[in-house]
Design a protein around this ligand. Structure first.
Ligand SMILES: [Zn+2]
Length: 206
């Protein structure tokens, strides 16, 4: 490469960008007219810029594709989160249904019955299909008519007049019994459960 060529190549990018003095521009121009190698180098610079300009729409397209892809992923994540929440809600409800009576207690999820056993007459309160009862009363409250079953007030009549009453509590049932041979005037026991829409009532005399 000639020494002149070397100088022209150094300033060619600046010449191409019109960032050289008038004298330099004239010098480069004259050289390019007589030197096909350097002229070819300038052509290469020009085509290089065209390539960059051509790339721009492609880059825009790429950016759009990436943005669309991100949106798609965000939507997918949202869907997955919603699905996971739904699954947990269903599992939680299933767990509640399986382990205990959900509020409120209704006449459809508890039952009352009476039974005579071992010299005692019993009133039995049971949850249906073996679900657990939430019994919030204390043993001493049974005497004071302060019982609650799953948040519902239950009232026992006449139990306090019997000294030898029998109370049994299991996970899904409760029973109150009075001795049959009790000489007290109150020979029967009555249980009343006041629900929101119903009143359940049973008596050992029935
Ligand atoms: Zn040259």
């Amino acid at each position: 490469m000639k020494r002149e060529c070397s100088i022209v190549r150094d300033v060619l990018p600046l010449y191409f960008e019109n960032m050289v003095s008038e004298d330099t521009a004239t010098f480069v121009k004259e050289h390019l007219e007589s030197c096909p190698d350097c002229a070819a180098e300038l052509e290469q610079l020009k085509s290089g810029r065209e390539m960059i300009q051509e790339e721009t729409p492609q880059r825009k397209f790429d950016a759009n594709v990436i943005a669309a892809f991100k949106k798609k992923i965000a939507r997918k994540i949202l869907k997955i989160v919603a699905a996971v929440c739904l699954v947990f809600a269903v599992l939680f409800s299933a767990l509640l249904l399986y382990t205990g009576i959900s509020y409120p207690v209704t006449k459809d999820n508890i039952s009352l019955s009476t039974k005579t056993d071992n010299g005692y007459r019993y009133i039995i309160l049971e949850s249906k299909s073996g679900k657990s009862l939430c019994f919030e009363g204390k043993a001493e409250d049974i005497m004071n008519d302060h019982n609650e079953v799953c948040g519902q007030k239950i009232t026992l009549y006449n139990l306090k007049y019997h000294n030898n009453f029998d109370f049994t509590k299991n996970a899904n049932s409760m029973s109150w019994g009075i001795p049959l041979n009790d000489e007290h005037q109150y020979q029967y026991l009555e249980l009343i459960i006041e629900l929101e829409h119903d009143t359940l009532q049973i008596s050992t005399a029935e």
